[in-house]
Design a binder for this molecule. Sequence first.
Ligand SMILES: NC(=O)c1ccc[n+]([C@@H]2O[C@H](COP(=O)([O-])OP(=O)(O)OC[C@H]3O[C@@H](n4cnc5c(N)ncnc54)[C@H](O)[C@@H]3O)[C@@H](O)[C@H]2O)c1
Ligand SMILES: [Zn+2]
Length: 378
Amino acid sequence: MIETDTLMAELINVRTRQGSSLYPISIDGGSLRSIGEVAAGIVPGGKVAIISNRKVNGLYGLIVTNALKKSGLKPVTHLIGDGERFKSLRTLESTLKFLGENKISRTDLIVAVGGGVVGDLAGFAAAVYLRGIKFIQVPTTLLSMIDSSVGGKTGVNTSFGKNLVGAFYQPSAVVIDPDVLATLPKRELTAGFCEAVKQGALSGTKLLDLTQKALDEKLAFGQFDRFLAEQIRFKASIVAADERESAEKTDAKSRKILNFGHTFGHAIEKATQYRRFKHGEAVGHGIIFAAELSKKLELLKQDEVDLLNGVVHRAGKLPTLHGIDSAAVIEAFGFDKKVIGNSLQWILLSGIGKPVIKSGADLPATTLKSTLRTILSR
Ligand SMILES: NC(=O)c1ccc[n+]([C@@H]2O[C@H](COP(=O)([O-])OP(=O)(O)OC[C@H]3O[C@@H](n4cnc5c(N)ncnc54)[C@H](O)[C@@H]3O)[C@@H](O)[C@H]2O)c1
Ligand SMILES: [Zn+2]
């Protein structure tokens, strides 16, 4: 069901290919206060393990706990560390221990309240604890609202790489209260908006325009909810067509296209030891890089490149690329200079809303290098 009245909660049902995991995503200012009703509809009278971090819990923990109690549920809270490094097997273990010690059963519920770190970890805990218990996502960052809470990817980082251990596991519901964005630090908002620009560029001018309007604060009352809803609807549509990101699928509906801006983005995150950029900020630079590369390959026109540059810059001030050496970026692509990027996949655009997947082997190394020179010398 999709409500069109912008003053009402936006309800989006996400259907995945299995069809079994149809769950509601609601978007409504103040809805944190009604989380109890949603939870009680899933596990009436049950125990609820809230997983969050100190910061988010300090801001919203009481609202969530009280709402759950009011609906006759029994909440217990487990706080994990704040930051990407806490999305780890160690945190998973302590979380599972908490669930076990609190005798959370298969008829109880996990509620993840926080950004993507909390959501990914709590979702994975829900997937493996007792071989799977129900959970609700309450994403509190822009990135987690439009990206990480949609699509069922859960997991943790390990010493051998990020997000390499996890499960596809769908929540029972996603509750989005856009009011919580009021306390989100500016850089986190920028990072989230860069992912929104990515999805807009992949989806088409309609979503890109809506994103631009959200950035320019030109949305009428209630329209921000619509922006979130359209972003989620786009991500959900891609996920529904390719739930498990099949390796063979390389068409414009492949889940891989969501990596637009990420090849260069990941490389500069790595080349700066993950210290300079928030992930979304690096993706902002990555979008500009991918647009420039698409132009050099005669796929994208200059005015479309300019449009994308403009929207990314409206998302906020990105940390500079200054001092990043092209050799370090090439190394971060994971290959030596001779086979530069050969087994990488590049998501490029042949127009706004027209993603194309190109294998690194099909890209002339000279074009890649000259794009690097252009972007890094700005
Ligand atoms: N599962 C997926 O499909 C998927 C997709 C994209 C990203 N991710 C993952 O998401 C993670 C990044 O998520 P993120 O960007 O939300 O970062 P995050 O979870 O680290 O949150 C960013 C910061 O904002 C704080 N915060 C959260 N909500 C707040 C609020 N309302 N007010 C004030 N502060 C608040 C957090 O405490 C944290 O310090 C990464 O681990 C990434 O791998 C997963
Ligand atoms: Zn990303």
